[in-house]
Design a protein around this ligand. Structure first.
Ligand code: GLN
Length: 480
């Protein structure tokens, strides 16, 4: 049996009974990486020696331990847009080749304080722009349930590594769905916390008003362990909120789930593929049988989410990515003049999707177009949020599929715009800042998992965890 297939709680029991040592967990995870990486390609870098060294240190501490910190001895994979000191942070882009992180992101610092073992950095769409994991300089990640298919993106490696038992859990980032989509496609749990709940210090900025770091794991409890570890105020991030973080016990008590779930009217118009729709209906019926109330709600502006999201995301990205000029970070292509050096470096350093977004964003922000595009997008963003706030007066949570269609085959989608529409149900949580969790709901054709999503009001991750553990216990993820 692969140890990485166990939950954190199960591994901790074994550690405390001295049946295994941290070394065994880490070696097992490394073995699994060695065996599967040729096919899956979830990792950009594996911290082999460092992880084994860390295991040795933790095994010495283990001798005197009667109870363990939340993530003691647990191999965790980190998306390669989050800084781990002394290692590369490539964002899966050529332009960052050779760049080494000078400091730990706050989330990494916090994982280490709870005893985690960082096992490596994971593959992703370049600068987190994408939905299939195919826009990586290091080649696509493959879905562990069926390698002909995409694992979803942009946190493709973080979701695939957990599903393939290469790591016990991982961190991803979610700007428009990049944690929830790959989690659903790989049959694992993914959480996008409320904007401001988790520090972004040390996360490479894509679209700063939307980016959030969050956990990916096999179970709701594992996800909660990572969430409480990384959440909380950080003076290094000016958008971080100084609010108390609930305890694991508070998050997982699933007794009181007499919730009302809102079903948005957008589902009638959205082009949801039949297989996805069927699984979603099964989930609705489960909640209904269990006595939760289902209520139709109207979210009149949510249908503009993808357009609004892409205007904002490209505008912010064009500004954030201006810093990669060949002078300060990573890759440089020398030339006769400074300006030519910029041009050559950026032309050769960025991939096609990143260039597309920089150009679109620069256009949307330019004089004469700013009011018509960017400013208008901000106004509609507010309307989308207002719709949700109105709905939350009547319902506790909003329920939606994660994506309208199952994972695409690798290499199948050549039209970027059709990929943008995979975010129709995920981007609203980023535009509004609300927290959202993606949970597996069984398998479809070709052995591929699917999932659904719950969205809560700001800083009510407790509601998400309560209903998620209720669903996990009562229904299960349907993957066995
Ligand atoms: N698929 C979306 C995009 O391409 C989401 C990306 C993300 O959440 N990082 O922008």
């Amino acid at each position: 049996m692969e140890l990485s297939s166990l939950s954190i709680g199960e591994l901790h029991e074994k550690l405390l009974r001295r049946e295994i040592r941290v070394k065994d967990i880490v070696e097992d995870s490394l073995k699994s990486i060695e065996k599967k990486e040729d096919q899956i390609n979830a990792f950009i870098e594996v911290f082999r020696d460092e992880a084994l060294e860390r295991a040795r240190e933790l095994d010495i501490i283990l001798e005197e331990k009667k109870n363990l910190p939340l993530l003691f001895g647990i191999p965790i994979a980190i998306k390669d847009n989050i800084n781990v000191k002394g290692h590369s942070t490539t964002c899966a882009s050529r332009i960052l080749l050779g760049y080494k992180s000078l400091y730990h992101a706050t989330v990494v610092e916090r994982l280490l304080n709870e005893g985690a073992v960082i096992i490596g950095k994971t593959n992703m769409d370049e600068f987190a722009m994408g939905a299939t994991g195919e826009y990586s300089y290091f080649g696509p990640t493959r879905n562990p349930h069926n390698p002909e298919f995409s694992p979803g993106g942009s946190s493709s490696g973080s979701a695939a590594a957990v599903a393939a038992f290469e790591a016990v859990a991982s961190l991803g980032s979610d700007t428009g769905g990049s944690i929830r989509l790959p989690a659903a496609y790989c049959g694992v749990v993914g959480l996008k916390p409320t904007y401001g709940r988790v520090s972004r210090y040390g996360l490479v900025a894509f679209a700063s008003s939307l980016d959030q770091i969050g956990p990916i794991a096999k179970s709701v409890e594992d996800t909660a362990r990572l969430f409480v570890t990384i959440a909380g105020y950080d003076p290094m991030d000016s958008t971080s909120m100084n609010l108390e973080v609930p305890t694991i016990e508070e998050l997982l008590s699933s007794e009181d789930v007499k919730f009302t779930l809102g079903i948005p009217d957008v589902l009638d118009e959205a082009n949801i593929e039949e297989s996805v729709g069927k699984k979603f209906d099964e989930v609705l019926r489960f909640f209904e049988r269990e006595g939760l109330k289902l209520k139709r709600i109207s979210l009149p502006h949510i249908k503009y989410s993808v357009e609004v999201y892409h205007l904002i995301v490209t505008s912010e990205a064009s500004s954030n990515l201006a810093r990669y000029d060949g002078v300060r970070y990573g890759f440089r292509e020398d030339a006769d003049t400074l300006e030519n050096m910029y041009i050559k470096t950026r032309s050769q350093g960025f991939g096609p999707e990143v260039k597309r977004r920089i150009m679109l964003g620069t256009f949307a922000l330019s004089h004469g177009y700013y009011d018509a595009y960017y400013l208008r997008a901000l106004k509609v963003r507010r309307l989308i949020k207002n719709d949700f706030l109105e709905a939350f007066k009547d319902v506790d949570l909003v329920i939606l599929p994660v994506a309208p269609s199952p994972p695409p085959r690798i290499g199948e989608t050549t039209d970027p715009v059709s990929l943008y529409f995979l975010d129709i149900f995920t981007s609203p949580a980023n535009l509004t800042g609300f927290p959202a969790i993606s949970l597996p709901s069984g398998r479809m054709e070709f052995n591929l998992p699917t999932g659904f999503q719950l969205i809560a009001p700001s800083f009510r991750e407790d509601l998400l965890f309560k209903i998620a553990s209720f669903y996990e216990k009562g229904h299960g993820f349907g993957l066995h």
